[in-house]
Design a protein around this ligand. Structure first.
Ligand SMILES: Nc1ncnc2c1ncn2[C@@H]1O[C@H](COP(=O)(O)OP(=O)(O)O)[C@@H](O)[C@H]1O
Ligand SMILES: [Mg+2]
Length: 238
């Protein structure tokens, strides 16, 4: 018997913005149901990696295999239909549309999350269902952004710095939510600056520097690796 192929299998992913060669050969695998945290300093290519996986880079080469099929070169909406959903760094919700409209636009029948489920998950959003997205607090916008990704029916959820700029009590709530989502069997790639958040939820961690994965391991291994943290992460998070 051979081990099952990973759900996401990325090999030698290179990515460019114009002439800037940002991704320098990313190798990364995520198994079904696994939560992998991607860590790294500002500007090393975390968001660019997420964009490369979801068809949003102007130029990308290498291999992005998802559930046995190649995604590289497919347009973003096709990739989304295959089950990759990106919750982007700055949330990307429609500010003039209401909470409910933001969710309705994204919803797909194939998803196991209905809009009603999102309102159960986030009662604050239910209360504000007719409020324009732009009028929500930062935490509510993050919840809406996650809800919008879930109603598309993802098999792999890509979360790009979901806790950025949020109050500690909201961060705790998001950590709980990420754990609950993982418990449903959803696979997750989490980009996160807070090492504490990563250690709280991740099965495995990968560190990226200058467009390459430079270290992979679990939480205890990273805690023990002072040199790695010093070299590739910002010390305040260590
Ligand atoms: N749209 C863009 N055009 C040109 N360069 C970009 C663009 N977006 C990001 N970059 C550059 O790519 C590098 C990686 O950025 P990014 O992936 O956003 O970093 P991270 O998410 O790790 O902070 C940075 O040097 C950044 O300046
Ligand atoms: Mg980023």
């Amino acid at each position: 018997m051979t081990a099952a192929a990973p759900l996401l299998d990325v090999a030698g992913l290179n990515g460019w913005y114009g002439k800037s060669h940002i991704l320098q050969g990313i190798d990364l695998a995520i198994r079904d149901g696994e939560l992998v945290a991607l860590l790294g300093r500002n500007g090393v290519g975390k968001t660019t990696t997420m964009r490369g996986l979801t068809g949003l880079l102007p130029r990308a080469e290498g291999r992005v295999r998802f559930d046995g099929t190649d995604l590289l070169g497919l347009p973003p909406h096709v990739i989304a239909r295959r089950g990759l959903a990106l919750v982007p760094e700055h949330r990307g919700i429609f500010g003039t549309l209401t909470v409910e409209e933001n969710l309705s636009l994204a919803a797909r029948r194939e998803s196991r999350w209905r809009i009603a489920d999102i309102f159960t998950m986030f009662p604050a959003l239910a209360e504000r269902r007719r409020t324009p997205g732009g009028k929500l607090s930062g935490g509510e916008q993050q919840m809406l952004s996650i809800g919008r990704a879930l109603v598309t029916g993802p098999r792999l959820l890509l979360l790009d710095e979901p806790t950025e700029g949020l109050a500690p009590v909201i961060v705790d709530r998001l950590v709980e939510l990420i754990r609950d989502l993982k418990a449903t069997g959803l696979s997750i790639l989490l980009v996160e600056q807070s090492l504490d958040v990563c250690l709280a939820v991740a099965d495995r961690l990968a560190i990226i520097d200058s467009g390459r994965i430079v270290w992979e391991g679990d939480g205890p291994a990273l805690k023990a690796a002072d040199d790695i943290r010093g070299r590739h992460l910002t010390l305040e998070h260590a």
